[in-house]
Write a protein that binds this ligand. Structure first.
Ligand code: TNX
Length: 508
């Protein structure tokens, strides 16, 4: 009898736990932890500076989320590790332990009847652990308003977790259609729940220039007006906006990587600055979505003077060590111009302290070597694709991570030049099968926005596929399984509903 009861009970608890991306190890133990009005968030670390960082970025963040729905006020208490035994009852403990020799973003969660303890060796690990903790509560914990008459219980458990890949990115194209900083921050919030840690902003393209360059005001006075198909009036980030976005992301342990796409995809600049054009006259603005139509003059000093102004200003406001220099679809640039271009450009990027990332085929040029990173979107499903064997660190963006592609023929927006990308396709792929595992820095989901105009459109294309891609980046390949993912995902729709994410439900 007891055994039957226990089984039923186990099943009930088990069916409630639905963590995405899947952690390395989860085991349920006996009993339940209950969050109560006197629960506190306890922060402990050996180092004062780190303790303060954890308080500001993680404890306050967690307190905000939990207090809105529970109505409790969660005092945050900084303590010395030696006092920990006095602070166990009912509390959430965030603990930095440098002695734990795991990766930066790894963490351990121990939940017993008395307390929740999240331990990591770096704040980023605690932040990832907090995202898991959110998912252990019922979805109503995400509510921005008070949820009455609810018991905030979690089944006791132990979780050990850490990422498969260090780079787990989302690319957002704000050039084809512009999205303002509030819209970008909202996406940062949702992506961080699924442990995404890079936000690559595609800031410029033929249809629009979206970042203020103070020494070149025409870029935004002219180049930011308009969008693909002329569907909206465009817009741009001031440098202040960009700094705010990067700070907001950094508090969520997400690094913002700026991209200026060159030497192709440059029409918005050519339409703003006369001396970038062979005849010294402004190019016509473009609202069509043809690619491979524009190029900078690769042998021109005016071009490099312009690029240095741009790189210098962006490098100064961007905390990331990376600078993405595009390099894709330069179809009207000859091969020798293309090679010369990167030979002259890359030292400028280095001069301002940044490491380049570029889309394939920039890696084919001799200038690209060493710690440069390539973003490979030419990937084919079966078989590696080496060029020159440089063993560059690689970010994988195969078709299955192109979330601007339709799910199926009913999808109301999106392209299909890379095929239809159902939820299953976006989940069921294995990075090490398409690139040598030792070269993989990570993976990135790409959201090009030719057909994506509103925030609802972004949600519709990203969700739920971003969860599938996120698991491909975070969870070790041998632990992944689509049918298990689908079961977990089912429960996430309720969470996404509470968060107000307008996901697509026709995703097969
Ligand atoms: C290809 S993939 C592009 C973009 C387009 C996208 C549309 C790559 C590096 N470039 O310019 O927006 O296709 O799917």
């Amino acid at each position: 009898m007891f055994i039957i009861f226990k089984r039923l009970f186990d099943k009930r608890i088990k069916s409630k736990v639905s963590i995405i991306p899947k952690p390395i190890f989860y085991v349920k133990t006996m009993g339940m932890f209950k969050l109560v009005s006197k629960s506190k968030i306890i922060v402990t670390a050996d180092d004062n500076e780190i303790q303060n960082e954890v308080k500001q970025n993680i404890a306050e963040y967690l307190a905000n989320i939990l207090s809105a729905s529970t109505g409790f006020n969660f005092e945050i208490v900084l303590i010395d590790k030696t006092d920990l035994s006095n602070y166990l009852s009912n509390n959430i403990i965030l603990c930095i332990d440098k002695k734990e020799s795991f990766l930066d973003e790894a963490y351990i969660i121990n939940i017993d009847k008395k307390c929740i303890n999240i331990t990591a060796c770096e704040p980023a690990g605690l932040f990832r652990g907090v995202q898991t903790l959110r998912q252990l509560f019922s979805e109503s914990i995400e509510s921005k308003s008070l949820v009455k008459d609810r018991k905030w219980k979690i089944a006791c458990c132990k979780i050990i977790d850490g990422p498969a890949y260090e780079y787990r990115g989302l690319m957002l194209d704000v050039a084809r259609h512009f999205f303002n900083k509030e819209a970008v921050m909202r996406q940062i919030d949702h992506a961080s729940l699924y442990k995404i840690n890079k936000l690559h902003l595609h800031l410029t393209d033929d249809q629009g220039w979206r970042i203020e360059i103070k020494s070149r005001p025409a870029l935004t006075e002219i180049g930011s007006l308009g969008s693909a198909y002329g569907t909206n009036p465009g817009g741009f980030f001031t440098q202040e906006d960009f700094i705010k976005i990067a700070e907001y992301a950094a508090k969520r342990y997400i690094e913002v990587i700026p991209e200026i796409d060159m030497p192709g995809h440059m029409n918005a600049a050519l339409a703003s600055i006369p001396e970038l054009n062979p005849d010294g006259k402004l190019a016509k603005p473009r609202t069509d979505t043809k690619v491979g139509v524009s190029t900078l003059m690769c042998h021109s000093d005016a071009t490099f003077k312009f690029l240095e102004d741009v790189i210098k200003e962006i490098a100064a406001i961007s905390p990331s060590k990376y600078f993405h220099i595009g390099g894709d679809e330069a179809d009207v640039t000859t091969l020798s111009e293309y090679s010369y271009f990167f030979e002259r450009l890359i030292p400028i990027v280095k001069k301002y302290g940044k490491t380049t990332i570029g889309w394939r085929p920039y890696d084919c040029t001799d200038a690209v070597d060493g710690d440069a990173v390539v973003q490979n979107w030419f990937l084919i499903q079966d078989g590696f694709y080496f060029i020159k064997n440089k063993k560059l660190k690689t970010i994988l963006s195969p078709a299955v991570a192109y979330l601007d592609q339709k799910y199926n023929k009913n999808t109301r927006i999106g392209f299909k030049w890379r095929g239809l990308i159902s939820l299953e396709k976006s989940y069921d792929w294995y990075p090490s099968k398409i690139s040598p595992a030792t070269d993989i820095l990570g993976i990135e989901s790409a959201l090009w926005t030719e057909t994506i105009v509103t925030e609802d459109d972004i949600d519709y294309m990203l969700y739920p596929r971003l969860l599938a891609n996120a698991e491909a980046g975070w969870t070790a390949e041998n632990l992944r399984d689509f049918s298990d993912f689908k079961k977990r995902l089912k429960k996430h729709f309720a969470r996404l509903d509470v968060l107000g994410v307008k996901y697509c439900d026709d995703y097969n």
